[in-house]
Write a protein that binds this ligand. Structure first.
Ligand code: PEP
Ligand code: MG
Length: 758
């Protein structure tokens, strides 16, 4: 940051310091503040609007007509000022009139001015007012000026709160809260059902003093807070939860990277130079980052920024001595945790016996914290707008992760319905658990292989828990998605080895990375930075890996070393033509040759598999099959391509059925051809984890399933009650003359035959 900003912020703050300390009335102080800012920024106008009775009222101004003071009022969202307050964002406009929200107020006389810059005055994460400057000249304000305004806004927030001038942020929120029962919906991040009392993860720390008495003392406080935070993070590495799991290790690496980030500490230091207290400086930089974050489209980058926000909060707590999150204060009973968002490390600090569920305002399926919640087995609901307003601390909450809904302060009947659903799921789970050690054999004596899909080191534990035959799909890209940079070869190798160790003598099929497209990595510069219109059909998976073979070589090396002395199963995703398989295999073989030349211990055997998820490959199976050791059908991708229906589009989610004749006939053809070539064939898409679909798949000849761990119980129970011959005959019949509703027909048949579909 150029020194000019330091000078101007400092100059303003010195002026403000005297104003704040004076005995003048609050109104007189505001009048003085606008004058100081206008002078320092040489602006024709400087105005302060405060939220009073739900409206933004002009409280003080230089440059606008004084008769407009306490007369001009704007609703939230109205005009530029209303937009800033509603969105809690900065506006910086060379020509104010061109903004779509510009609203002209004749009483202010503002048509004389062109440029406009406004920042929100924030208290408890909400805008309680707006500070704006205007110039007659059309000019854009530079970063330095905006930062100076934001610094002043922080100080104003203290003045306004102390004087009780604006609506109190907390009480404004309270008054919008409906105290009756509420049903909230969101995005299902982790399935499951939970109930408990609402606990707010982080009551935001209120900054009491913003203007520093002694800048050097404040600098010292920040330095020592940084030291303490770094120490805390270093210590987390030695916590078993982090130390043993590869991905948690990677998350902490991201934390460390930020904790030692010089840019961040420098910005805080500069804010201190401008005259702020340590708390205000940290908060000031955090607010700025948050505003930036809202502008970022890239979800992965946003998640990284959230890690940084998480650390800002930690630093703020340390410096202000308010160390306790709800986790540190301890949970006193079954809790549903409420947060705007939280970091993975923070989630791990909770007592697992009492933490029953999590509801966040933000969140996404691939966020670090979601991955951790899944590993902890805690149901989680995300993207619940306004959750912190709708729920009060201590409210009773029922969380139905399966339905992606939460019931707040539920009525008796709602709670009864929830309880019986919960009891049912628990009973079913107990029944399935009891069958854990029973083999999945059909009633006519056919052994079906049931493996699980996994992606994190801890997932290997699911093998034992659910009694599966192995890991049929290990999505290696998960490790890439949760780390801050390419996981080093040694890090990859550590993960693969620990998964093999945990699996013991059960097989693990490692899929080479399926990144690119919608699983973009921020640290990988993709197709020359181009945004792909159809990422699922884009430069992803093997396509990317063959073009950037350094990635593939490193992964092959890591896999080969991890499986030294053991059997290694590798499969390649998104193969569209047989030669892609040949090339991929050649890369692994080449690495094997290099290791052999260095007399390294090699895997006892390497089996190579192909994923069939691109329809075109089905037409060249006669070329591919003789060269592969096994085939795995990825129906998640395959069916979206067959039906030209985006798998991520919720509007299409129920339009086409996996139990359609087109899909089942297509799959049957593949299965028959693979069997004719004596190549083992399995399925690893979500389809295989649904009982009716699994009946159909067995009926068309499939004998190998790799499914999500929670589905193992129901699918095993189905297999143990199914007569395979009868299923084959029924599927032959149904596919010969398909009924209009295959699903209904098959469900009817299963019921008649007494096949378990729960
Ligand atoms: C699939 O496409 O079916 C599959 C298993 O791979 P993913 O879901 O990881 O794309
Ligand atoms: Mg796929």
């Amino acid at each position: 940051m150029p020194t000019a900003s330091v000078a101007s912020s400092r100059e303003i703050l010195t002026g403000l310091h005297d104003v704040m300390a004076s005995k003048a009335s609050a109104q007189a102080k505001l009048n003085k503040v606008v004058q100081i800012i206008a002078d320092a920024m040489s602006s024709e106008v400087c105005s302060i609007y405060l939220l009073r009775d739900g409206l933004l009222e002009l409280f003080a101004t230089v440059g606008l007509r004084q008769t407009a003071v306490h007369v001009t009022k704007l609703a939230l969202g109205e005009g530029l000022v209303g937009t800033i307050a509603q969105k809690v964002e900065v506006l910086n406009l060379a020509e104010a009139e061109t903004h779509p929200e510009f609203a002209y107020r004749s009483e202010t006389g503002e048509e004389l001015f062109h440029s406009f810059a406004g920042v929100p005055i924030i208290r408890k994460e909400r805008a309680i007012g707006v500070l704006a400057v205007q110039h007659a000249e059309p000019r854009a304000y530079d970063e330095v000026e905006i930062e100076a305004l934001q610094t002043v806004a922080m100080v104003l927030s203290e003045l306004i709160a102390n004087a009780g001038l604006a609506d109190k942020a907390a009480s404004a929120a309270d008054s919008t809260r409906d105290d009756g029962p509420v049903r909230l919906t969101g995005l299902r991040l982790v399935t499951g059902m939970a109930r408990g009392h609402a606990v707010f993860h982080q009551p935001r720390i209120l900054i009491e003093h913003t203007v520093a008495e002694d800048t050097e003392a404040e600098r010292h406080r920040v330095y020592s807070a940084f030291r303490k935070m770094r120490e805390q993070i270093e210590n987390m590495t030695s916590v078993a939860e982090f130390g043993t799991a590869g991905e948690h290790h990677d998350i902490l690496e991201t934390y460390k990277m930020f904790a030692y980030d010089e840019g961040w500490s420098r910005r805080i230091n500069e804010a201190i130079d401008s005259g702020l207290t340590a708390e205000a400086a940290i908060e000031r930089v955090r607010q700025r980052m948050q505003m930036r974050m809202r502008e970022i489209d890239d979800p992965l980058l946003r998640e990284r920024m959230q890690d940084l926000d998480d650390l800002s909060n930690r630093l703020l707590r340390i410096v202000s001595g308010h160390l306790g999150t709800a986790a540190q204060m301890g949970l006193s009973g079954d809790a549903i945790l409420i947060a705007r968002n939280l970091g993975p490390a923070e989630l791990l600090e909770y007592d697992r016996r009492r933490l029953k569920g999590v509801i966040v305002e933000e969140g996404s399926l691939t966020a670090h914290v979601t991955i951790v919640a899944r590993a902890m087995g805690v149901p989680m609901l995300g993207r619940v707008r306004g959750v912190r307003q709708a729920i009060g601390e201590g409210d009773y909450v029922l969380l139905d992760g399966n339905e992606a809904a939460a019931f707040v302060r539920p009525t008796g009947p709602v709670e009864e319905a929830f309880k019986s659903k919960l009891a049912l799921t628990q009973k079913r789970r107990a029944e399935f658990a009891a069958q854990r050690d029973l083999p999945p054999i059909t009633t006519d004596g056919h052994r079906i292989s049931v493996m699980v899909n996994a992606g994190l080191r801890d997932d290997a534990a699911a093998l034992e828990a659910v009694g599966a035959d192995g890991i049929g799909l290990f999505r290696t890209e998960f490790q890439f998605l949760i780390s801050a940079g390419f996981p080093r070869r040694e890090t990859q190798q550590r993960l693969y080895k620990s998964v093999l160790d945990a699996a013991g003598d059960k097989p693990v099929i490692f899929r080479t990375v399926d990144i690119g497209g919608d699983k973009a990595l921020p640290y990988l510069d993709s197709a020359d930075g181009e945004i792909e219109e159809n990422p699922a059909m884009g430069w992803r998976a093997l396509r990317l890996a063959l073009d950037r073979d350094g990635l593939m070589k490193a992964q092959a090396h890591a896999l080969l070393e991890a499986a030294a002395g053991r059997e290694l199963n590798v499969m390649f995703p998104m193969i569209s033509e047989p030669w892609e398989f040949d090339q991929a295999k050649a890369i692994v073989e080449h690495e094997r040759g290099r290791l052999a030349a260095r007399r390294k211990l090699l895997p006892s055997k390497v089996n190579y598999g192909a994923m069939l998820e691109v329809p075109a490959l089905a037409e060249t199976l006669d070329i591919l099959l003789p060269n592969i050791d096994f085939l795995s059908i990825g129906t998640n991708d395959l069916t979206q391509f067959l039906f030209a229906a985006d798998r991520a589009n919720p509007k299409l989610a129920e339009r086409y059925d996996w139990l359609s004749p087109a899909i089942l006939r297509f799959l049957r053809r593949i299965v028959r051809e693979a069997k004719a070539h004596h190549v083992p064939v399995g399925i690893c898409g979500e389809m295989g984890g649904r009982t009716l679909e699994a009946i159909a798949l067995i009926g068309i000849g499939l004998e190998r399933f790799s499914i999500t761990p929670v589905a193992v119980g129901p699918v095993k129970a189905m297999i143990r009650s199914l007569d395979r011959r009868a299923a084959t005959a029924e599927l032959d019949r149904l596919l010969e003359h398909p009924p209009a509703d295959m699903r209904a027909s098959l469900a009817h048949w299963a019921e008649r035959e007494g096949v378990s579909t729960g």
